[in-house]
Design a binder for this molecule. Sequence first.
Ligand code: ATP
Ligand code: MG
Length: 697
Amino acid sequence: MEEHLQEDLATLSELDEKSLLESLSQRFKQDKIYTYIGDILVAVNPFKYLPLYEKEVSETYKCHDKKALPPHIFAVADRAYQSMLGRLGTGPENQCIVISGESGAGKTESTKLLLRHMMELCKANSQLEQQILQVNPLLEVFGNAQTVMNDNSSRFGKYIQLRFSGTSVKGAKINEYLLEKSRVVQQDKGERNFHIFYCMLAGVCPDDKEIYGLLEPEQYRYLNGASLSVDMVNHWSKKYADVCNAMDMVGFEEQEKVDMMTILAGILSLGNIMLEPGEGDALRVTETSVGWLRAAAGQFGVQEEELLKSLICTMSVTRGEAIRRLHSQQQAEDARDSIAKVAYGRVFGWIVSKVNELLAPNVDPDVELREIGILDIFGFENFAVNRFEQLCINLANEQLQYFFNHHIFLMEQREYKEENLDWEVITYKDNKPILDLFLTKPIGILSLLDEQSAFPQASDRDFVDKLNGKFKAHPNYEVVRSHSPAFTVVHYAAKVQYNGVGFLERNRDTIPGSIRGLFINSVTPLLSLLFAATISRTGTLMPRKAKLAQIAEDNFNSTRKQSVGAQFKHSLGVLMEKMFAASPHFIRCIKPNCTKSPDVLDNNFVMDQLRYNGLLETIRIRRDGFSWRPTFKEFAERYSLLLLKPDTPLNRESCMHILNNTRFTGWTCGSSRLFFKYWHQEELARLLDRLGKAAVA
Ligand code: ATP
Ligand code: MG
């Protein structure tokens, strides 16, 4: 009994931080990594293989009596699926599964398990199922990389929406958020570039290497000149085979694949181009990198001189006259790196939009589709040096925490009040002030960043000075006294010091003005397409024709586009709108230790996560509160089968009549709705099921 009770922390009678930690830790020792808090799943990363996901296991979690089964991620998938179909007390509606946790806590692995079980549930046709299952490994190889926190860290956020008609899946759509492009040109100590580069270098056969113009890994500056150990070669070459297989399965064409690999090889060659002062004021390519310039131009399918020109000078138009401005060495190197970043970013965006095209539901437009979305973003990060990318990542995590709080604490308790329930308010750590610090117009951090980014002369120091001036009294902001520009934000999860260097440039994300024109004329069809099309905010490619006029202008004017911060803020807003309109399911991933070790649970480290996740308060509200709150009408309509008499009015009395005929306890009645515990929904579904069966018999 004791053990069974612990499977759901909302049933703990003694409730404090210590008993919560103790319960999770005891379970973890027995390899029980999943635990419920009512309808919320807590998952502790085991960092080792556990026999939890075999076919037999997923069979048992197919819409059976989940209360009798141990907590499991498959049960969450099942619940979302049944709710989407309207089998769990509410009408059929869109669902979203929100997975949170810090970097390395297990969000991406959870996403894959959810998808797998979902495919089992809806008995997808085998081709579509395989395509959908291949999407994650495919995106991972291009968008994940090794960091100090996680060997397979997601360097982008994604929202995968499965589209259903009735019980069967018809397609999928992916939204991606903010790929960390800077990684292409620079990685901190202990970190690596995106997986795909190592995959290619280890996996491409010698003949193809020649076609792509690939050399040995240690020759590339963008890979920090690192060689690959034998183990790594084995590991990555297997992954390369998997990627090729995934691309085939999803439906990429052979030529597209070849073009893509060639562009990636071009990025590596580009990184080796070094420049030095030449005759006059112009820079020239160093003697040792002449070959790299030739290689890059060949791989990009452009003229060598044109590529060089885009590195060493900028063209601009003033009063109708084209003016050439020569670059300093630093500017030329920055131009080189921006080309690499933009090319990689476009390849990634193209893969996503291609996947979306290939997996778009093939149904009549009037067929109504429902959705289950799974959100897997980059987890909260606090490195030795935190840059603009970490700021965006951490902001996204703040937004998710807010979403969680809003659903679990705010909305729920607001309804108790409205309905005059006798309720002792549970307080929680509201992170709205932090969100406001970032997002408020016109004086949030992002707005100030945009304001400064619009001044060509402004420096990172100016930006940080502005922040200090505005926010020095804000409880979530701390001024940092140092000669380099830095500031601290007190996030919901931890204090993070940001290094302001590079903020303006990364937010502007300017690409050299001439690069678009250069690449549009590439003889490599894919590269030309990537630069002729504009990737819209939603991640889809916009057609060439629609954008041609703008491109002509952009060729000389690269500062006009929306800043990275503004785009990110916008896409987060759209995502939140979508999520607020769906019915949410939460998975809280916990990282047991920071050394990625199996069987080790570091108490202090885990306690921190329990605290900032607000898990104690969550248990309290799930234990004492009512997570399911249908109106009288909703409830009576839904359970009219239990009313027995036809044509009974859908009001309070009818509801009481239904409920008095059950043996349910723990529910209560407000002025316009009923208040149920999280388990009542499934109990009623079971009762209804039994009655339905009895009626048929
Ligand atoms: P990030 O925010 O950096 O992307 P994440 O939360 O997505 O992190 P994952 O990549 O899912 O973290 O997990 C990190 C590693 O932990 C995995 O590569 C795997 O080795 C291990 N892991 C996670 N979940 C499980 C699991 N259920 N069983 C076994 N190992 C796991
Ligand atoms: Mg991840």
